[in-house]
Write a protein that binds this ligand. Sequence first.
Ligand SMILES: C[S@@+](CC[C@H](N)C(=O)[O-])C[C@H]1O[C@@H](n2cnc3c(N)ncnc32)[C@H](O)[C@@H]1O
Length: 295
Amino acid sequence: MKVIWTLEKASIWARDKLQKANVKTFELDVDVLLAHAIKRPRRFVFTYPDYQIPLENMKVFQKSILRRAEREPVHYILNNREFWSLEFFVNGNVLIPRPETEHLIDHFLELISDQKNEKSSLEILDIGVGSGNISITVLKELPLIKVTAIDISADALEVAKRNAKNHGVLNRIQFCLGDLFPKGGLFPERFDFILSNPPYIAASEFDSLEPEITCFEPKVALISGKTGLEVYERLILEALLRLKFGGYLILEIGDGQLAQVKSLIDESRGFDKVSTVFDYAGKPRTISARRKING
Ligand SMILES: C[S@@+](CC[C@H](N)C(=O)[O-])C[C@H]1O[C@@H](n2cnc3c(N)ncnc32)[C@H](O)[C@@H]1O
């Protein structure tokens, strides 16, 4: 007998599968994946429970639920993540952009509003570009500037290029494969702003994270040595040599890392005007520091 899959029936089947796989967000995920499979908005799923799903769409949905039951993140299944109201292509080669990183953009825009210089002449560097979310958002916000973007992963750079093309900013971004600050290359000697959401998880902490992260997101985007601070240690010192006097370093920081990252900045003796931005949960999430004008 041919089974007729209505939205309600498909939803019950899928919720059960995801609940058994310990997916905490099973209700939301089912709605999102169902809407995607039938190419309709999410509200359609709630409004028409008796809608009969065409077989081809049901196959797509079933496949996506089986992937989600393996704990693959929804955004990799959809190959899409929204950041700063912009759509980004994502796959397993890049970190899924997190909403917390929007605080880094907010803070950058705040600092830039104080700049007396012609904004179009500002030199901006994004270290660890990943999907391109930071660089591309900055380029969309400031239509005259150019950005240099570095990543140690060639596969991540491919994703960032694809997103830059999709957003029409490919001609204003220079990509560079390398470890933090590669020597040589065509990029400027000194920058007005260095932005980075670097890896900051301690190797020992990694296994305690959710399988969505440990089994699917790239380790190179997450782990930063034994302590979680290794990339910051190098980045802060090297940034001093690559910032103009009065230029700013803006970093995302992980939970509980404020004091340590602040100490690294202070110990370098090259920065002043250190400030912290808190996320909506009240946690310190972004830190910025100015390279001393005369230092
Ligand atoms: C936490 S992810 C951030 C990605 C993206 N900027 C975002 O905010 O979602 C860190 C990125 O840094 C890159 N990365 C890690 N170590 C690096 C290094 N030593 N030099 C340059 N990039 C590095 C990773 O490949 C990854 O794309």
